[in-house]
Ligand binder design. Sequence first.
Ligand code: FES
Length: 136
Amino acid sequence: MIIYSEKVMEHFMCPQNVHSMPDADAEGSYGDPACGDYLTFYLKVKDSRIEKISYLVFGCCASIATSSMTSVLAKGKTLEEALNITEEDIVRALDGLPEKKLHCSNLGVSALRNSINNYLIKNRMENFYENSNSSR
Ligand code: FES
């Protein structure tokens, strides 16, 4: 039997920031090929800081709790700070995960990094086109 911490159960039963975001500045996903669990993060960014973050997740109890905790840890952080959030940070914030479920924290970190990278790429492209149009 898998035993979860109270913190994991709290985030599983009442996940924070779980909803889609039609006006997101960027989104990024990650799926665990081993179990099929899938997570998409949505970001609203202002002055290089994550102003709003939400997600939709399909997966196990631990993936729901880690998605929720990842969103809590990332909210209000600069993009650089959020890129530095690790699996260990998430596991620590959840007061631990059972050994078998440690890999679930990778879902949160990978989807968060993909969403930030997509934001940075999109922003650079927009800046590039703005600059190239203004130089004509
Ligand atoms: S079992 Fe797939 S992410 Fe948890």
